[in-house]
Every structure is written in C-alpha cells, then in structure tokens.
Design a protein around this ligand. Sequence first.
Ligand SMILES: NC(=O)C1=CN([C@@H]2O[C@H](COP(=O)(O)OP(=O)(O)OC[C@H]3O[C@@H](n4cnc5c(N)ncnc54)[C@H](OP(=O)(O)O)[C@@H]3O)[C@@H](O)[C@H]2O)C=CC1
Ligand SMILES: O=C(O)[C@H](O)COP(=O)(O)O
Length: 539
Amino acid sequence: MAGTGTFKEIIEGDVYKFYADGHWRLSSSGNISYVYNPTVAGKQAYKITACSKDEVNQAFQSAKAAQKIWAKTPLYKRAEMLHKVAEIMRKNKGPIAECLVKEVAKPAKDSVTEVVRSADLLSYTAEGIRILSEGKFLFSDSFPGNPRNKLCLASKAPLGVILAIPPFNYPVNLTCSKIGPALIAGNAVVVKPPTQGSVSTLHMMHCFHLAGFPKGLLSCVPIKASELGDYVTTHPLVNCISFTGGCDTGMSISKKAGMVPLQMELGGKDAMIVLEDGDIELAATNIIKGGFSFSGQRCTAVKVVLVMESVADKLVSSVNAKVAKLKVGPPENNCDIVPVVTEASANFIEGLVTDAKAKNAKLCQAKFSRQEWKRQGNLIWPLLIDNVTTDMRIAWEEPFGPVIPVMRIKTPEEGVKHCNSSKYGLQGCVFTSDINKAMLLSDAMESGTIQINSAPARGPDHFPFQGIRESGVGSQGVTNSINLMTKIKTTVLNLPTASYTMGTNKLPFSSLLSFLLSLVLGSGRRRVFADGEKRTSVW
Ligand SMILES: NC(=O)C1=CN([C@@H]2O[C@H](COP(=O)(O)OP(=O)(O)OC[C@H]3O[C@@H](n4cnc5c(N)ncnc54)[C@H](OP(=O)(O)O)[C@@H]3O)[C@@H](O)[C@H]2O)C=CC1
Ligand SMILES: O=C(O)[C@H](O)COP(=O)(O)O
C-alpha cells in the first residue's frame, strides 16, 4: 500500500512529505498541494507538502556540498548503488504502481510496467561507468607546426547540480531517466516533481533513500510551480536543467535559464505516413497501439495520420474496427482508454474535436453509441477524425488525448511537407514495403527519430531520443544523457622535448654519446624541466 510499510516514513497523517538532506519532513510553509484522482471528478487522491523558498534553497546548497564528495566516489561504487536502487524498486513496484493509477490514471498493468522499466533503466545506466572510465589522449604534432611535445588528456567531469523536472505522464520513468545518468556521472540532483504524479515520484525517491545515497545528494521538492517555478529554474546553483513537459512551459524555462546545458523534451505532433505499398493492417494496429495507449498521453503518440488516398478508406475502416474493441473505463480495470489527467486537458481535447467538426471533418466514433463524440468528465471515448484538412486545429496541435486526425494525401511529398511544416519535430513513422522509399522519407522528414513500419516510441530507453524545433533541445537515451550531464576536462602535459612511444624514441647517436660522456664525467648538461627542477636527464 502507498504510504505504508516501507513507505510509512514519507507520510505524516495524510500529507506526503518532501525529501532533502537525507530525510523526510513536512514543509515549514504549512502549504499543501492537492493531487486529484482523474478517474473520479473532484476526488482528492493525495495531499503533498509544498516547499518554501528557503527549503528549496537549502536543497540546492546541500546538493552542491554533497556533489563534491560524490564526484570522488569510485565509478564502481556509483554503479553498485544504482543497481541497489533498481532492486529496491522492483521489490516495491506494487505501492509505486498504485500511486500511478490513482494520480495519473495509468492502467494498473502499465503502471507496474513503468516501474520495472525504470528499474531496468537504472541498471542499464549503472553500466555507464564504461563510458565514464574512458577519456581521450591527444598528441600535439597532428596539428601543423607542432612537435610532439604536448600530450593532452581529456576526460569527462560532472556538471554539478542537475535540476530534474519530469511530467505527469511518466513521473517514475522520466525521473529515473534523468536521475540515473546524472548520478552515475557524479552529479547531485534536485527533483521538482509534477503535481499530478508527485506521490509516485516521492515513493520512487524513497527507494533511492533506502539504497543509502549520501545525504543531500538527492532531493525531491514539491512546489507550487506558479509561485516558485521561476525561483527553482533560475537558481544560481543549477548547473543543468533536464525538463520533460509542455512546449510552452519548456520554452519559457529555456528562455529564463542561466548559461547551463538544457535537456528539454517538449512533446510532438508525431506523423504517420502510410504509402500505397504499406501493410495496412500493420499500420492500423500501430495506430491503435501507438495512438491510443494511455489515452494518447504520450509525447511519442501517433498524432496525425497522413495516408495515400488510394488506401485511406481501407485504413480508416480497419482502425475503426479495432477502436470498437477498445475497453473504455477506469485504470484499475486495465482499460485501454482511461480518463485523461485533468478536466482542463479534456476540455482542450474537446475544443480540437469541436473545431474539426465545425469545419466538416468526419468523426468516426466507434459503435459505442449513436453519438459522434462521447465524453464523461475526463473520460473521452477513442475517436478517429477523418477528412481532416490543414485549416483545422487538430491538423497541427497536440491533443495529448485519444483523438487521432486522418489526412488524405495524393503524394508522399505532401505528407513530408505537412510533417515538416509542424512546429514540432520529435518522432514520426513510415509504413511502406520498399526500404528505399522508407529511407528517402526518413531523410526528408525533419524529426528527431523516424520509425520504419512501427509507431513512434522512446523505448528502448538506451536509444537516442531527441526532438528538434519546438520538440526540444539536447538528446536523451542513457548514453546521450550521461554525456550531456558531463563536461570535458583536459590536462596538457608540456614536455621539453618531443615524446614518442614504442621505441621510436631513438636518440640521435651524437646526443647518446654526449649523454654517456655526461654520466662518466658527471657534468651532464643541466636543463630546466617543465617542473622547474634542474636535472640532467628526463628519465
Ligand atoms: N513531452 C512530454 O512527454 C510531455 C508533454 N506534455 C505536453 O504538455 C502539456 C501540458 O502537460 P503538463 O504535464 O501540464 O505539462 P507542463 O509543462 O505544465 O508540466 C511539466 C512539468 O513542468 C512543471 N512546471 C510547470 N510550470 C513550471 C514552471 N513555471 N517552472 C518549473 N516547472 C514547471 C510541472 O509541474 P506541475 O505539475 O506542478 O505544474 C511538471 O512537473 C500536455 O498537454 C502535453 O501537450 C505533457 C507531459 C509530457
Ligand atoms: O515523454 C513521453 O511521453 C515518453 O517519453 C514516451 O515514452 P514511450 O514512447 O516509451 O511511451
């Protein structure tokens, strides 16, 4: 059960605490944020303490201090601790998943999957020590005019304090995808959890606490973003911001952030282009899996289908038949379509549908009811909207809900043009049986990733994951996140004479003779070396 047993110390009464300096406590502010259960309108799921400005500042100060020590922790010990957290998370997947069901209405089975996937991500990230234990060794004489008298050692150093801001839809997985790389690289992390998703995040943070990370290295500070959001994101001790969430929020943060590396993933309008030689059944299945899972609340969800008009009717018919089989209802029952996270989100989605209908789109509401459009509170029945045209909002905007527009195209180029006209550029996908056409389309589609014959997806989590344009900046995926959360440190060894290796360091005979004579006569030519010491020989 959430907040009991292993997790009883993270709650006081019915209010969840915040985590800093290695322990859990209620904020001195007395402020409380409320987490509402998306499945039951108006029902409070949880109460969480909201940190004060001073508590947030203290979390950053402690992070800075703890990071200096953590950066000197051997890589193998860092890896051991990540494996330990992963194990604790696997053991406690039940209570953490329970929170996901209640605060973001994620289907129960998908909630457990998210926790296990996150533990696996941490285990994989622990192997990141292979990357961190490698450096670069450069000779100077590869550059014109330089003898080989400078040896350059380049290695990766931690940035310092990482501010991690995850979104509601994957509060556990997307927090781990930030914390894991940050820690293995030697950084400290301050997590600002999403309100909807904060209790799942707090439970996950407790697993890190139980693993025994140094006090202060990790903190989780729920705040009222409207009050302290800017304070957190512009704090002088922030050395990097890793944010996943809405485009508007992310863009605003990136404009205010200091001169720090940014890792921003801001959503997408992932396009699916279906060609005449594409497998229509496969495409339909991927629209269902890729477009409607978690009610479309995924940045990588299929968000517009661009299908050649000659096969459009066949595709729409196949998708509608599959939509009719989707289970609609509460996440506890593992329904395919669950309530979206907030009423505001549901209202936004309804606005897009209403606009499309007003402009003569065809609403293909499955045979759930005679209604074309069905919504009950935050619960929206899955909807394919056919005959969408570019004058409709849903052709361009990200619903983050179970509604998918279908646009009919005459040429593949028309599909590429629409994809590239979007302000987003996260992922896309192409369905065709011709690998050459697939590669040409992938090259032409301006997106971070193009999937061939499968729906967009971030996983597996070690794959590079990035958006362009307003879909974000910086690349995720375990390796890329580790590299983004480090900086390069170089040390240059300046030598008095060129240095060669593998026996190529033969002295000219004359200097060998003078060297031998100096040994015999004891009056070797005294030279000042790089360290300032006067000696007769470099070795
Ligand atoms: N790329 C992706 O995977 C996601 C994209 N989205 C897109 O964003 C839209 C809105 O979803 P939502 O989750 O509300 O996204 P938001 O961008 O509002 O929230 C994302 C995270 O940012 C935090 N936040 C909000 N405002 C600030 C601020 N001023 N300073 C610091 N942190 C802040 C939120 O905290 P809090 O919750 O307390 O406001 C949350 O932790 C969705 O409809 C979807 O289009 C949403 C989720 C994931
Ligand atoms: O930001 C998101 O919505 C997730 O990263 C998507 O992950 P998924 O493709 O594995 O669902």
